[in-house]
Ligand binder design. Structure first.
Ligand code: GDP
Length: 306
């Protein structure tokens, strides 16, 4: 558990620093003042927590400060953390054990969001946990997506079903499903195409992938997760809404949080979509994909160690 928090802390350093640095002693044992609170407000906006959440956090800290002018930075941070915990209640997606074989997880998202990398990291993590996993390279559109996934799978010794670039991604999905099913695999993870020439093409392609999977199992895909680039901050919200409308998502993965100070956007994304977050990406190594935890996220962004 402690090791997991260390990953969150390291991965969210930029966001936490933005908050801590701009408010000086906020997280220390010194009393705060009105100017510190203004700075905190600015920092929360800067970290993309959004109007609603920032207003709520500041509202509660200011109310506490009004009652107790000796309020310490750490106490203020704890109030902010409590607000975030409340806002994020219910946001934890849990990949529960299932009797279904294979459980199909389709990863969806625009090119560059981190889909292919997430696909490999997720398969590796599940395998580490003792599950058997097949990976399907259904992003047949983006040049090099196949090779990239193959390289990851070779390196991590993961079973891959792929085809040539430009092949029909639904055909790959069908083959991958057939392979995973006949071999009795626990999971099938599909890397889908990111962006086609037009949105309607993308819709059609994703719908077709779904249709072929359902020829094998009417309930597949069991999970359709949108992979979002966390460094896009609040801009990712509109994109997420669009994908949700088109595909009917069941969850989210937020990547690249290590490279951004805008890690607060996750809160706005959850508030707007109410979709559970399953995993967060904190880097490019296999174990940099970590199961999302409200507690670890909140403690990491507010610089609270326990
Ligand atoms: P795709 O086009 O959606 O399949 O995106 P890729 O998986 O190819 O990822 C795009 C780039 O982002 C690659 O260079 C990845 O190594 C990088 N990337 C993906 N996830 C993370 C992450 O969590 N942190 C960092 N720093 N880089 C990431």
């Amino acid at each position: 558990m402690f090791g997991l928090f260390k990953k969150f802390k390291a991965g969210l350093t930029k966001t936490a620093q933005k908050i801590a640095a701009s408010v000086g002693g906020l997280f220390g044992q010194k009393p705060i003042d009105a100017a510190t609170l203004d700075q905190l407000e600015e920092a929360l906006y800067g970290a993309d927590f959004g109007v609603e959440t920032t207003t709520e956090i500041l509202g509660e800290i200011r109310a506490a400060y009004k009652k107790d002018k000796a309020l310490h930075g750490r106490e203020a941070a704890a109030i902010g953390a409590a607000v975030l915990r409340r806002v994020l209640a219910g946001s934890e997606g849990v990949l529960a054990p299932s009797a279904t074989k294979p459980v199909v997880i389709a990863l969806i998202g625009v090119n560059g969001s981190g889909k292919t990398t997430t696909c490999a990291k997720l398969a590796w993590r599940l395998k580490q946990d003792g599950a058997s996993v097949t990976v399907g390279a259904c992003d047949t559109f983006r040049a090099a997506a196949n090779e990239q996934l193959r390289a990851w799978c070779d390196r991590l010794e993961l079973e891959l079903v792929a085809s040539q670039q430009g092949a029909d991604s639904a055909a790959v999905a069908f083959d991958a499903m057939q392979a995973a099913k006949s071999r009795g695999r626990d999971y099938l993870i599909l890397d889908t195409a990111g962006r086609l020439h037009t949105k309607s093409n993308l819709m059609e392609e994703l719908a077709k992938v779904r249709r072929v999977l359902q020829k094998h199992d009417a309930t597949a895909p069991h999970h359709s997760w949108l992979v979002l680039d966390g460094s896009h901050g609040a801009n990712a919200i509109e994109q997420a809404k669009e994908f949700h409308r088109i595909f009917g998502l069941t969850g989210l993965v937020v990547t690249k949080l290590d490279g951004t100070a805008r890690g607060g956007a996750l809160v706005g994304i959850y508030r707007q979509l109410k979709l559970p977050v399953y995993f967060l990406g904190f880097g490019e190594q296999p174990d940099d994909l970590q199961p999302y935890s409200v507690d670890n996220y909140v403690k990491a962004v507010f610089g609270l160690d326990s």
